[in-house]
Design a protein around this ligand. Structure first.
Ligand SMILES: Cc1ncc(COP(=O)(O)O)c(C=O)c1O
Length: 379
């Protein structure tokens, strides 16, 4: 079976496709224009034959699959009792801010960052400090000096995104260890959003869950994972947190009470099928994403040299440095020219745009041509 592109998802109520007018190409929110793997649609069809959608607990088989996957991929031995089942990752970021940060304490994260990281502390009236990543010619790394300057004795939570949305970096073990040392020195919890862990485009890059680096780090960590980005099922509501330390888990569970529902039955079914049999589909997807990434790189260097872009190791998101264009409002400029991208300002870095390239080469090329036309009008 080959990857099946769906050309226009407006009639399915797709948020990605419906937010903007019909003549706009939507390359913004992180979902993909590809149908799911057959193993997922078949599992869902089977569920519909049963036709009963009551409150559902994770099945023993699903729990086993998740545990085996973490062991096989990361040599990470996780106890079933350490897993907290969730309907999504963003709710968990918000729960972490409520669970681990008391009044007068603060949260820290590294910018640019996926906007819900910036919003979650505000929603629970917690102070957020940010430290910029270090950018060097399109390469990004943690700025540990900046982080040390911002973190305080009252910092009780660091929100980590690894692989990183939007810059697409999969952090090395060395960087993660250094980061953990700084956080643990303040006794802060590390909440690590690893939703993009399977989307590794650079074949020499590995994903390292920060919790696997030592028992001490595991004891201060909440790791968030989900098949939803990898297998394109974000509308099905299924994710999980691994929280090895009982006391930390108890605080998280207490903050969830009455607010966060069970994961959705169909999401668990889809997630189980994806983890069990989705690997061939995933390999095809990664090949397509690598091609798309190459297409962007070549197109930009040939036609839009004032835009800085370097293919990233992970995710299907291209982080474009368009400061060289000196536009007052780059997001609106390109939107007016028929392409909806994500606004860097929402990630804490104005002057950048994020482009979601999980679509067909045809749509991508059409969007690049529109960007080029707009670019030429000011250059
Ligand atoms: C880093 C990151 N975390 C979380 C999410 C969304 O997670 P969920 O839909 O499970 O809330 C996204 C979606 O783009 C993401 O990029």
């Amino acid at each position: 079976m080959s990857l099946e592109f769906v050309p226009n998802r407006r009639s399915h109520g797709s948020y990605k496709w419906k937010k903007y007018p019909e003549d706009t190409l939507p390359l913004w929110v992180a979902d993909m224009d590809f149908k799911v793997a057959n193993c997922i649609s078949e599992a869902l069809q089977k569920a519909h034959e049963h036709a009963l959608y009551g409150y559902t607990l994770p099945k023993k088989e699903l729990i086993g699959t998740v545990i085996n996957r973490l062991k096989d991929k990361y040599d990470w031995q996780v106890e079933a009792s350490s897993i907290v089942w969730l309907p999504g990752v963003v709710p968990a970021l918000n729960i972490a801010c409520r669970a681990f940060v008391s009044k007068g304490e603060n949260v820290i994260t590294s910018t640019p960052i996926y906007p819900p990281f910036l919003e979650a502390p505000k929603f629970s009236e917690k102070t957020l400090y940010t430290a910029d990543l270090k950018e060097n010619d399109g390469n990004y790394e943690m700025d540990f000096d900046a982080l040390k300057k911002k973190i305080t004795d009252r910092t009780s939570l660091y929100l980590l995104c690894n692989p990183h949305n939007p810059v697409g970096k999969a952090f090395s073990k060395e960087e993660l260890l250094k980061l953990a040392e700084i956080c643990l020195d303040k006794n802060a919890i590390i909440c690590s959003d690893e939703i993009h862990a399977d989307l590794l485009l650079d074949e020499n890059t590995l994903h390292t869950p920060i919790a696997t680096l030592s028992q001490e780090i595991a004891d201060r960590s909440v790791t968030l994972m989900s098949p939803s980005k990898t297998f394109n099922t974000p509308g099905l509501g299924f994710a999980f947190a691994v929280i090895p330390n009982y006391k930390v888990r108890k605080r998280f569970l207490r903050a969830m009470k009455g607010i966060v529902p069970y994961p959705l039955q169909l999401g668990m079914i889809a997630g189980h099928a994806a983890y069990e049999a989705g690997e061939p589909w995933l390999n095809e997807l990664l090949d397509q994403l690598r091609k798309n990434q190459e297409l962007i790189k070549n197109f930009i260097s040939e036609h839009m040299p004032k835009i800085k872009y370097k293919p990233a190791a992970a995710t299907y998101l291209a982080w474009l440095d368009i400061r060289g264009l000196k536009l007052e409002n780059p997001y609106h400029f390109f939107l007016k020219n028929g392409v909806a991208l994500s606004n860097g300002k929402d990630f804490g870095w104005p002057g950048f745009l994020r482009l979601n390239f999980a679509t067909s080469e045809e749509v991508l090329l059409q969007a690049l041509e529109r960007l080029h036309k707009a670019y030429k009008s000011i250059n």
